[in-house]
Design a protein around this ligand. Structure first.
Ligand code: NAI
Length: 332
């Protein structure tokens, strides 16, 4: 099987090395088609997203990527957002669950976030009005709202979950968020037995910090979804643990929720769990759920022993040693 691979930058290459070893340990015959993206690609090819990368993705229909740095407040636009938009990867799915004995005040968190991945303030329509004024346009459409909301409801139906929580700020942004909320109300009518719960984003943040166990499926717009997934990651031990999928009609790219973590890059400090779990999601997606489960089981076992904790979890184990623990566990 051929998988398009973008190692990314920052901690990307370190965690991707771990991913390759663990995915190969499942026994599947994987050929990696590897391409650079972002600033590294620009240096080598003069473009942030090389044409060969597109060709590989379009042929394989499946990709996995490490984080790619986006300059803050200046410079080139996010290649992550560009890929999601180019391939209409509309569903950003991020499961958040406590693993093993990872320190957390909330042992019972089990939430899956469905984030609309192609519009909202991420549409990139920004305008400098004057040196002291800039505008950004928020785009919400009925078609794109309905398809992500349906995805969340379908998931709830398949998994016997009786409530979907839609998160907006429709009291203030009555037209854009109001439309998203109306779409949720319309979609909900077709799912008998699943309650639609409506929560405003500010209240949602507080509720998640106080009673995260009350939420199972959350569906929301692009920006709120991005922020809520980092918040939820913080409930269960941090960004090193939370995987993600970007799913479109014909193509999917898997990646961790976290970024390139420049503060710890190149130091063997990164926790590869998030990208390994993203790899497990990829295997589920292509019909190898048993192999995905073998990775999840090994991670659960390894993180049930506090001696195996990586630095950000309060332990002393580096990326390479952690990977060895996972590989050994998969052998058992
Ligand atoms: P970040 O997610 O890279 O880091 C936030 C904090 O979490 C840092 O303290 C970092 O050390 C820690 N952390 C992240 N991943 C970790 C891991 N695997 N193990 C242990 N600790 C980990 O967010 P930040 O610093 O805001 O962004 C850095 C860069 O990453 C920016 O250029 C941003 O645009 C980019 N980014 C890229 C994403 C992607 O490629 N999908 C997603 C999010 C951010």
């Amino acid at each position: 099987m051929k998988i398009t691979l973008i190692p990314g930058d920052g901690i990307g290459p370190e965690i991707i090395k771990s991913l390759k070893a663990v995915m190969e340990k499942t026994g599947l015959d994987i050929t990696w088609e590897e391409y650079v993206a972002g600033a590294d690609a620009y240096k080598k090819t003069g473009t942030y997203l090389p044409e060969e990368l597109f060709q590989s993705l379009e042929k394989n229909k499946i990709g996995i990527k490490g984080p790619v740095t986006t300059p803050i407040g200046e410079g080139f636009s996010s290649v992550n957002v560009a890929l999601r938009k180019k391939y209409d990867l509309y569903a950003n799915i991020r499961p958040v669950k406590r693993i093993g004995k990872v320190p957390s005040l909330y042992p019972n968190v089990d939430i899956i976030i469905f984030r609309e991945n192609t519009e909202d303030l991420y549409a990139g329509i920004e305008k400098q009005i004057s040196p002291t004024e800039a505008h950004s346009i928020k785009v919400i459409t009925q078609e794109k709202s309905i398809r992500i909301i349906k995805k969340a409801f379908d998931y709830a139906k398949e998994h016997g979950i009786e409530k979907v929580t839609v998160v907006t700020k429709a009291n203030i942004m009555k037209l854009t968020d109001g439309l998203f909320l109306q779409c949720a109300r319309d979609v909900a009518k077709n799912y008998k037995g699943i309650q639609l719960e409506e929560v405003l984003i500010d209240n949602m943040c507080m509720q998640l910090v106080m009673h995260p166990e009350n939420y199972k499926v959350i569906v929301t717009e692009n920006l709120y979804g991005d922020i809520l997934s980092d918040l939820c990651a913080g409930l269960v031990g941090g960004l090193g643990l939370i995987p993600g999928a970007n799913i479109g009609e014909n193509l999917a790219i898997f990646e961790a929720v976290h970024g390139s973590a420049p503060d710890i890059a190149g130091k063997d400090l990164a926790n590869p769990t998030a990208i390994l779990l993203s790899g497990a999601m990829l295997l589920d997606y292509i019909g190898h759920e048993d192999k995905g489960n073998s990775i999840r089981k090994a991670i659960e076992k390894v993180l049930s022993n506090t001696d195996n904790f990586t630095y950000e979890l309060g332990g002393k184990v580096g990326t390479r040693e952690f990977t060895t623990c996972i590989l050994k566990e998969m052998e058992r």
